[in-house]
Design a protein around this ligand. Structure first.
Ligand code: GAR
Length: 232
C-alpha cells in the first residue's frame, strides 16, 4: 500500500471522568502501531481528572469543563458536545465518563458514540456492578462495549469480555481483574470500528454489513469472536 492510498487514522474524542486507564490503553495501542487512530481530544467533567494528565503527557488536546460552568444539565451537555464537535472526531468513546448525557445532544452522534461498561449488559446498568454481580452469585462477570443511545447503558452491545467470579472475590479484586480485560476489549472493538467493519444499522450491530445475532466475545488472544466461534 502506498502512503497516499493508506486509509487515514480514525479521529477519536474520549470522554473520561477519572483515572483514565482505558484511555491509556488506547494511547499505548496507538503508539505501538497496533491501532490506526488519532486521539483528537480528551474531555472531562472533572477538572482534576487523572485522564486529563495522561492526555497532556501524550500530547493530546484536552478540555476540562465543569458542570458548574453551565446553568442547567442540558446547557452543560450542549456546550460539551459543541466543543467535542469542534474537534471533528469521527467517533466518541466514553471511557469511564460518569455522567448521564442529555439524549438531545446524542442525536447527531447516533452510531458514532460508544461506551465501555463494567458488566455484561443488560445485566447491571448503572453503578456498583461488581458488588451486584457478587451479591447475585454470578459465576460469570464482564464488561461490555456498546453503542450509546438515550437509554442509560441500554444501547446495542457490540462485544463482551467475560471473566469468572472466584469464591472470595471482593468488588475491588473483581474490578481490578476485569480492568485488564476492559483494556483489551476496548482496543479490539475500536480496531474493528477503525477498519470500518462495525456499524450500527437501526438498533442492530452489523459486522461487515451483516447483523450480529449476539454480541462479539473477546477471545484469549485478544481477537473478537463472532457467535459460532469464528474470529471477526
Ligand atoms: C471502567 O471500569 C469503566 O468500565 C467504568 O469506569 C471505569 C473507568 O476506569 N465505566 C463505567 O462505570 C461507566 N458506567 P478508567 O478511568 O481507568 O478507564
Amino acid at each position: 500500500m502506498t502512503l497516499a492510498s493508506r486509509p487515514r487514522p480514525l479521529r477519536i474524542a474520549v470522554l473520561a471522568s477519572g483515572r483514565g486507564s482505558n484511555l491509556q490503553a488506547l494511547i499505548d495501542a496507538q503508539r505501538a502501531g497496533a491501532l490506526p487512530i488519532e486521539l483528537v481530544l480528551v474531555a472531562s467533567d472533572k477538572v482534576d481528572a487523572h485522564a486529563l494528565r495522561r492526555a497532556k503527557a501524550a500530547g493530546i488536546a484536552t478540555l476540562a469543563l465543569s458542570p458548574r460552568s453551565a446553568p442547567t444539565r442540558a446547557a452543560y451537555d450542549a456546550e460539551l458536545f459543541a466543543r467535542i464537535a469542534a474537534a471533528d472526531p469521527q467517533l466518541i468513546v466514553l471511557a469511564g465518563f460518569m455522567r448521564i448525557i442529555d439524549p438531545a445532544v446524542l442525536v447527531p452522534w447516533a452510531g458514532r458514540i460508544v461506551n465501555i461498561h463494567p458488566s455484561l449488559l443488560p445485566k447491571y446498568p448503572g453503578l456498583h456492578t461488581h458488588r451486584r454481580a457478587i451479591e447475585a452469585g454470578d459465576a460469570l462477570h464482564g464488561a461490555t462495549v456498546h453503542y450509546v443511545t438515550a437509554e442509560l447503558d441500554g444501547g446495542p452491545p457490540i462485544a463482551y469480555a467475560e471473566i469468572p467470579v472466584h469464591a472470595g472475590d471482593t468488588p475491588e479484586v473483581l474490578a481490578e481483574r476485569l480492568l485488564a480485560e476492559e483494556h483489551r476489549l476496548l482496543i479490539a472493538v475500536v480496531a474493528l470500528i477503525a477498519a470500518d467493519r462495525i456499524a450500527l444499522g437501526g438498533t442492530q450491530v452489523r459486522l461487515d454489513g451483516t447483523a450480529l445475532p449476539a454480541p462479539l466475545r473477546l477471545g484469549t488472544d485478544s481477537d473478537l469472536v463472532v457467535p459460532g466461534n469464528r474470529k471477526a
